[in-house]
Design a protein around this ligand. Sequence first.
Ligand SMILES: Nc1ncnc2c1ncn2[C@@H]1O[C@H](COP(=O)(O)OP(=O)(O)OP(=O)(O)O)[C@@H](O)[C@H]1O
Ligand SMILES: [Mg+2]
Length: 298
Amino acid sequence: MAETETPPTLPQSGEPGTIAVDVGVPKGDVTYHPDQSGAPPKLRVSHLSVTYIDRKGNRTEAVRDVSFDVLDKPDSGEIVVFLGPSGCGKSTILKAVAGLLPPTEGEVLVDGKLVTDVGRDRGMVFQAYTSFGWLTVRENVEYGLKLQGVKKSERRKISDQILKSVGLADFADRYPKDLSGGMKQRVAIARTLVNNPRVVLMDEPFGALDPQTRWGMQSLLLEISRAENNTILFVTHDVSEAVYLGDTIYVLSQRPARILHQVDVPAFPVRDIALKSAPEFRAVEKQLLDLIYAPSKS
Ligand SMILES: Nc1ncnc2c1ncn2[C@@H]1O[C@H](COP(=O)(O)OP(=O)(O)OP(=O)(O)O)[C@@H](O)[C@H]1O
Ligand SMILES: [Mg+2]
C-alpha cells in the first residue's frame, strides 16, 4: 500500500489515549508454500487472529481464526464482501490485510508473499474520508504517483483518466472542502486505484452516503472492478449492498469476528438498479438474512 494511504490518526503503541496491539509470538517461516504446478492464491488469509491490548493491559479480542483464499482470476474482477455487525472486527481484518496491524496469530499472504508491512500491492479506502485538504482533487489523486517519481506529464495523463472514470473531471482543480461526501469518497477511491494495487481494501466506503448517491457509487465500483480486474475486499453491514456487489460474501459473527458462512452469489447477467427488486436478488438477500438471524449461529 502506498505510504499516502496511511491515515494520520492511526493509533500508535504508547500514544496517550490510544491502544497498542498485542503482536503475539514473533513469526518464523511462512507456512504457505505454493504448489510448484500452480500459482499461489492472489490473497491468502490463514488463521488470522488479532487481539488489541490497551495500556492498562485490557485485552479486546477482535478477530479469531479467520481463513480464506481469493484465487487469481486474471480475466475478471473479484469482489469479496465481509458482512457483519458493528464492532465485530471487520475493519480489523482489513487493517491486518493492509499490513497496518500485525496479526496476533496467523498470517496474510499476497501472491504467496508474507505481508509484514504496508505495500503498493494493497490499497485501502478507509471508513472515514482521508483526502488531503490542502491539495486539490488532482493533486490528491497524483500524490502516490509523485512519490513513486512518475513524471508530471505521465501523472497528468493517468489522473485525467481516473478522474473521468469516477466522474470528477470537472472538479480536478477544486479542494476537498468544496465537494460533497460522495465526491470526497470518489477522490479517496481514485487516489487508491491510481496506484493500481493488486488488492483493494474498502472499509464501508459508502456508509455515510444517501441511498441515491450510494447506488451510483456501487455501480461505479462494479464498472471499475470489471475494467481493472481488481480484487476488492469490501466491508459493509448492508445486506443489499453485499448482494449487489459481492461475488463471494463472508458472514461474520459478533466480536471476535469469525467466518460463520460463505455465500457464493450467482453470476447475475446484469447488475443494475432494477436487479435489486428482482426475485433472484431478493432470494439471496433472504438467504443472508436467514443466516444472520438464525439464533443458533450468532
Ligand atoms: N485501536 C484499537 N484499540 C483497541 N480496541 C480496538 C481498536 N480498534 C478496534 N478495537 C476494538 O476491536 C473491536 C473490533 O473493531 P473494528 O473496528 O474492527 O469493528 P468493525 O466491525 O469494523 O466495526 P464498525 O462496523 O462499527 O466499523 C471493537 O470492539 C473495537 O472496540
Ligand atoms: Mg469498521
